[in-house]
Design a protein around this ligand. Structure first.
Ligand SMILES: Cc1cc2nc3c(=O)[nH]c(=O)nc-3n(C[C@H](O)[C@H](O)[C@H](O)COP(=O)(O)OP(=O)(O)OC[C@H]3O[C@@H](n4cnc5c(N)ncnc54)[C@H](O)[C@@H]3O)c2cc1C
Length: 416
């Protein structure tokens, strides 16, 4: 770490301390630094280690010829059961195309076919809207954002856990587990520590797609301090968590397998749901099918239904799966399964916290000087998130939060 003191002396506070370095934290840090703020990122593991880096499917934004931000708004709002905050959903969808341009400018290599962006349709979307950077969009985003952070004057405390924070005279006091920097002063505090569903899954003893760092202590501290929250207990399951082989437990087959034509089948080989319905509809249909005795039992004794990945090449031609889903294909091949020849067993797993800290259009929480962005914040997705909207959320609201926190801190600095 450099400049642990805010840049000018041991008692000088930082303008902005960002907690977490996923898509939201790094987008916020870059934006705050570009706005002229002194910025410190505190993050639990290496810079960029996060759920963001695990995202495979892609990122939604209304950039297609048949699409508009308004259509994206309507799809997002409806999928969230009309419980999203309209102004936040509007912001997400209207800023979507700009967020993609910003990411491309940072170096995210969005995939093109014949010189045009590849845009595919995913569950709950009425138009093709999902952009991809190869098959590991989140990893490509992390790579570009990390380079963007490192290219700026942004200080970083890696392998450091935030263990508490509280309001202080001129902002916030942040406590960490770093013995040399147990207390850090900042004018504004920006929480981008994710939704923490791995921690929730571990408490319940159930499976989760989440990174081991995804624990909810930062969210819980904010709530304990009195920050308002919305739909905190609304959790999303990923419909197609891998059940077998055992080596792939916790791995979720990306939504794009269904976009490309994989079908869900019960034990008799019958389809039982529209595979491109919103996630909660698909996950619930799988759970109900199993509960009705129409599922299958994996060799490890766990319940499942079939995801017929062999349908993808039947629909699109031989070789399509190997080309478009090379990462998934290889992961299964290493575990002894050829997904172009065999169906796979899946069951929903805990994946995403739909709700979180209440924020306004400037990503301000209800506590003064405390900002939140990404999965730790609520209101954008109502009570059900559309696939691909979370990566977009991290960039749109990460940038909003970074800008607003920087402006607040700089104004405060000038008036002192
Ligand atoms: C397997 C998987 C696949 C996904 N696929 C997609 C997809 O295709 N498209 C899509 O839109 N979304 C997808 N998602 C969801 C999306 O990736 C996440 O919701 C989003 O990236 C969250 O970003 P974030 O920046 O808010 O939080 P995260 O990326 O979770 O980052 C949180 C950061 O906070 C840090 N942190 C946590 N606690 C502390 C602490 N106490 N002190 C210091 N640091 C802390 C963590 O180490 C991490 O760096 C997927 C998620 C998973 C798990």
């Amino acid at each position: 770490m450099t400049r642990p003191d805010g840049g000018a002396g041991t008692t000088t506070p930082w303008d902005v301390v960002v907690v977490g370095s996923g898509g939201a934290g790094m987008s916020a840090a870059i934006t705050a630094a570009d706005a002229g703020a002194s910025v410190l990122v505190v993050t639990k593991s290496a810079l960029g280690a996060s759920n963001t880096g695990r995202a495979q499917g892609g990122i939604q934004a209304a950039v297609g010829p048949e699409d508009t931000p308004d259509t994206h708004f309507r799809d997002t709002f409806a999928a969230g059961h009309d419980r999203g905050e309209p102004s936040l959903v509007r912001r997400l969808t209207e800023d979507g195309p700009g967020a993609i341009r910003w990411l491309a400018g940072l170096g995210v290599p969005f995939t093109e076919d014949d010189g045009e962006l590849r845009i595919i349709r995913c569950g709950g979307a009425s138009r093709p809207r999902l952009l991809q950077a190869g098959e590991r969009t989140g990893a490509e985003m992390v790579k570009a954002l990390r380079a963007g952070v490192r290219a700026r004057i942004i200080s970083i405390m890696e392998t450091t856990r935030v263990v508490g924070f509280e309001p202080a005279a001129d902002g916030w006091l942040v406590r960490t587990d770093d013995p040399e920097h147990r207390e850090i002063q900042t004018r504004t505090l920006l929480l981008a520590a994710g939704g923490g569903l791995r921690g929730e899954a571990d408490r319940l003893g159930v499976g989760s797609t989440n990174h081991p760092d995804a624990t909810p202590e930062v969210l819980e501290t904010a709530v304990a301090l009195g920050a308002e929250a919305v739909h905190l207990d609304s959790w999303q399951r990923h419909p197609t968590g891998s059940v077998w082989p055992e080596a792939l437990a916790g791995y979720a087959l990306p939504e794009t397998t269904r976009s490309y034509g994989a079908t869900l089948l019960d034990r008799d080989g019958n389809r039982f749901v529209d595979e491109l319905a919103p996630r909660d509809v698909v996950a619930n249909a799988i759970i109900e099918t199993v509960a009705a005795g129409q599922g299958v039992t994996a060799p490890n004794g766990r319940d499942a239904v079939w995801l017929d990945t062999t349908a993808i090449d039947r629909v699109n031609g031989s070789g399509f799966t190997a080309e478009r889903l090379a990462y998934v294909t290889n992961r299964y091949r290493k575990a002894g399964v050829d997904i172009t020849r065999e169906k796979v067993m899946v069951f929903p797993v805990l994946h995403y916290r739909n709700g979180g800290l209440r924020i306004d259009d400037h990503a301000r929480t209800t506590l003064s000087g405390l900002f939140a962005a990404g999965e730790i914040a609520g209101g954008v997705h109502g009570t059900n998130r559309l696939m691909g909207n979370s990566l977009l959320d991290t960039v749109v609201f990460g940038r909003v939060a970074g800008q607003a926190a920087a402006e607040t801190a700089i104004n405060q600095r000038r008036t002192m």
